[in-house]
Design a binder for this molecule. Sequence first.
Ligand code: NAP
Length: 243
Amino acid sequence: MDLTGKTAIVTGAGRGIGRAVCLHLSALGANVVINYAGNDAEAEKTRALFMNAVTVKADVSDESDCKRLFSVCEETFRAADILINNAGITKDNLIMRMSDADFDRVLDVNLKGAFNCIKLASRPMMKARSGRIVNIASVVALSGNVGQANYVSSKAGLIGLTKAAALELASRGITVNAVAPGFIETDMTAALTDEVRTGMLSCVPLGYFGKPEDIAETVAFLCSGGARYITGQVIGINGGMYV
Ligand code: NAP
């Protein structure tokens, strides 16, 4: 796998899965644009891990922020050859207690954010007649989950967006795929109680939680030449949690 000369935008890359994806893409030779929402210190830690990178603080749910993100990418390196829609948040609650604001915010970041970025990435990719887009969905998009109506809806929507974009962009040599992680050890899951973690572990046939690197390996493959004939697919990375 060689991504020398390619440029990747990774959203939500200050920490967790996004950081691991940046590391993998950079190790394969890509220039990387590290997007994040507000945690400057963590984003700087990611940037300091490799040379060919720039950080951009931008809210993916905001179209004008996304335009700035793509402009910085083009000015610093070149138009993005690779887009990883990884930015994601949770605001869990039972439907009866979930506020409209919490429902809307999760949809805006997790789904509309990916739409905003695909829209901006696709024109130059179409011109170049090549490109790779990978959306980070979730196992719960397929299985459902109690207390996550907003998050599950956003990730199920992201899978739908993946398939629609794959069909729209295929004739231009652009592939669009999704990965659906199970339980991965990051700040997002560290917030869960021990009781919830123990319950979740009992649902993982392999018997352990995943690491961000487990997701990054597959994402990097989907960005490589070896994956040229894969598009519109959803790849589960979940230790057998959902088969
Ligand atoms: P994380 O550790 O909480 O990191 C989330 C990243 O997203 C941070 O860098 C954060 O920026 C950024 N972000 C949040 N809101 C944003 C916005 N509006 N615009 C731009 N960036 C934003 O999460 P993670 O566990 O690595 O998850 C990464 C992705 O994988 C998410 O889409 C998540 O839904 C998905 N996923 C995770 C798991 C899991 O078990 N961890 C399972 C399935 C799917 P700051 O650092 O600046 O706050």
